[in-house]
Design a binder for this molecule. Structure first.
Ligand code: GLN
Length: 527
């Protein structure tokens, strides 16, 4: 097993996840099987309870683990399906150590960070690497070198470096190269951060320098000299037009060749799938605008996978997808609304704030036959809008949002029980049956699909018949028909919503069908 560890210096938010994912892509294109592991040094067990305002989107894996959005980059770039095992947090490591201690597995020893916590970290990484059957394990250490939280992880990495053969281990350090007021590329922060790394006993094999512009030769030489890495191992990571260009930039910089040399790999293949994707991204023929109506629009990362899925849909439709951000709380203030757009997307969400604004946008889409895609909360609100304005149940609502006599969206009885005990979320990949001869069937081309979920509320079975009578079609369901999963309104050109989150499985080379449907309809409506 080869290990590539990616650390970050200078500051957070440098796009280390994208760097790691791009390296993964390079290795995949050379014919290697890659398994990524993300280390998040926070104490939370997982990202499930984290606020999107602070952290961006909560990404959901197949097994239902709620994780940091970087895992989404891994799945999309590397083309793997991950589980909770691929996300190590301080919380998980300590939980294991404490459980072992309680069971007496440490045989009366004093349990300490070194060796017990570091051993736990190393054995987690090695176990996941081995079980995956991969050739190369890519480990990204979240946070910045020097953070107290990341210390045990960096120490574990140091020990691993010692224990593994030199040709089986590479450390890639991602730093920032700022420009001064005269436009000079400054290397001092990089020097300091490498110094910090070295004081922990680690030495980078490669330095990836994030910079607004391409790193000059002189800058690379300086970094090489002061940080003790060969000049060809200083990689320029200048701002890309699109994140999908990063793997190609790294190739241009010779990072693949350098890793081949350092890890004694041989290029088994030389695929160019990624090149083709980027080629398409750069040469779109069409252009549409989709409005995303949400609560977290100031934190664009809160809807990262949705933006990516729109892009993927655009790739097959040969169409650039622009996003118009609409704040659902703002929308609530208007009596009459008009949204100039080719399509409207209402994403997932929780709670009352902004929900009436989203309902207003859905009403606008339905009444004006604007292509519409609702996801999760967007699906539930579309059912509410329909119940209110077409079925005539004026006070229809979700019991998450109000105490209404018409809870068309509600908890299922057994869930009410669990909920009293502290809440339960329906998470992860679940089989959904698709009704034949529906739009959903046409889009997916199958009657059994597997999509990821993250919700608690459901369409209330008591209202399904009444709603159906008025023309809304429930075209997908799960749990033997107890839970509704897809709605469509055949009267409109495209009015479609899903209880699940199709965005999490969308890939640039395998776009999610509902997004393709939305974009195709948006293109048609423009004509
Ligand atoms: N708040 C809704 C529920 O819990 C929808 C959740 C979501 O959009 N992810 O069911």
């Amino acid at each position: 097993m080869k290990y590539i560890v990616v650390t970050g210096g200078v500051m957070s938010g440098l796009g280390k996840g994208i760097t790691a994912a791009s390296i993964g892509r390079l290795l995949v294109e050379m014919g290697y099987k890659v398994v990524p592991i993300k280390v998040d040094p926070y104490i939370n067990i997982d990202a499930g309870t984290m606020n999107p305002f602070q952290h961006g989107e909560v990404y959901v894996l197949k097994d239902g683990t709620e994780v940091d959005l970087d895992l989404g980059h891994y799945e999309r770039f590397i083309g793997v399906e991950l589980t909770g095992d691929h996300n190590v947090t301080t919380g998980k490591i300590y939980r294991n150590v404490i459980e072992k201690e309680r069971k007496g597995e440490y045989l009366g020893q004093t349990v300490q960070i070194i060796p017990h916590v570091t051993d736990e970290i190393k054995s987690w990484i090695r176990r996941v690497a081995k079980e995956s059957g991969a050739d190369i394990c890519l480990v990204e250490i979240g946070g910045t070198v020097g953070d107290i939280e990341s210390m045990p992880f960096l120490e574990a990495v140091r020990q691993m470096h010692n224990e593994e053969k030199e040709e089986d281990f590479a450390l890639i350090h991602v730093t920032l190269i700022p420009l001064d007021s005269g436009g000079e590329q400054k290397t001092k922060p990089t020097q300091h951060s490498v110094k910090e790394l070295r004081s922990l006993g680690l030495h980078p094999d490669v330095i990836v320098g994030r910079c607004k512009e391409k790193l000059r030769e002189a800058t690379k030489k300086k970094i090489s000299l002061f940080c003790d890495v060969p000049v060809e191992a200083v990689i320029s990571d200048d701002d890309a037009g699109d994140i999908y260009e990063v793997p190609l930039k790294f190739k241009e910089e010779g990072l693949d060749e350098y890793l081949v040399k350092k890890l004694k790999l041989d290029k088994k293949r030389s695929d160019n799938l990624w090149e083709k994707i980027v080629e398409k991204l750069k040469n779109f023929e069409d252009e549409v605008t989709i409005a995303i109506v949400g609560k977290y629009i100031d934190v664009r990362d809160a809807y990262l996978s949705i933006r990516e899925a729109l892009k993927h849909g655009g790739i097959v439709c040969n169409c650039k997808v622009n996003v118009l951000w609409i704040d659902s709380e703002e929308l609530e203030k208007f009596k009459e609304i008009e949204i100039e757009t080719d399509g409207i997307l209402v994403p997932g969400g929780f709670g009352k704030r902004g929900s009436e604004g989203k309902i207003a946008a859905i009403k606008y889409a339905r009444e004006n036959d604007i292509p519409f895609l609702g996801i999760c909360f967007g699906f539930q609100l579309a059912v509410i809008e329909f119940a209110r304005n077409v079925v005539g149940l004026e006070d229809a609502n979700s019991s998450e949002l109000s105490d209404t006599p018409h809870p068309v969206i509600d908890l299922l009885p057994e869930q009410k029980e669990v909920d009293k005990l502290g809440g339960s979320m329906r998470l992860g990949e679940i089989e959904v049956e698709v009704k034949p001869n529906t739009i959903a069937h046409k889009l997916y081309g199958k009657t059994k699909i597997y999509e990821r979920h993250r919700h608690r509320y459901e369409v209330n079975p008591e209202y399904i018949e009444e709603i159906t009578k008025h023309g809304l079609v429930f075209s997908g369901y799960s749990d033997n028909g107890r839970r509704m999963e897809i709605i469509e309104y055949p009267k409109n050109r495209f009015f479609f919503a899903t209880q699940f989150h199709p965005e999490f499985k969308s890939k640039p080379y395998d776009p999610s069908p509902p997004f393709v449907g939305l974009i195709k309809a948006a293109i048609d409506q423009k004509l």
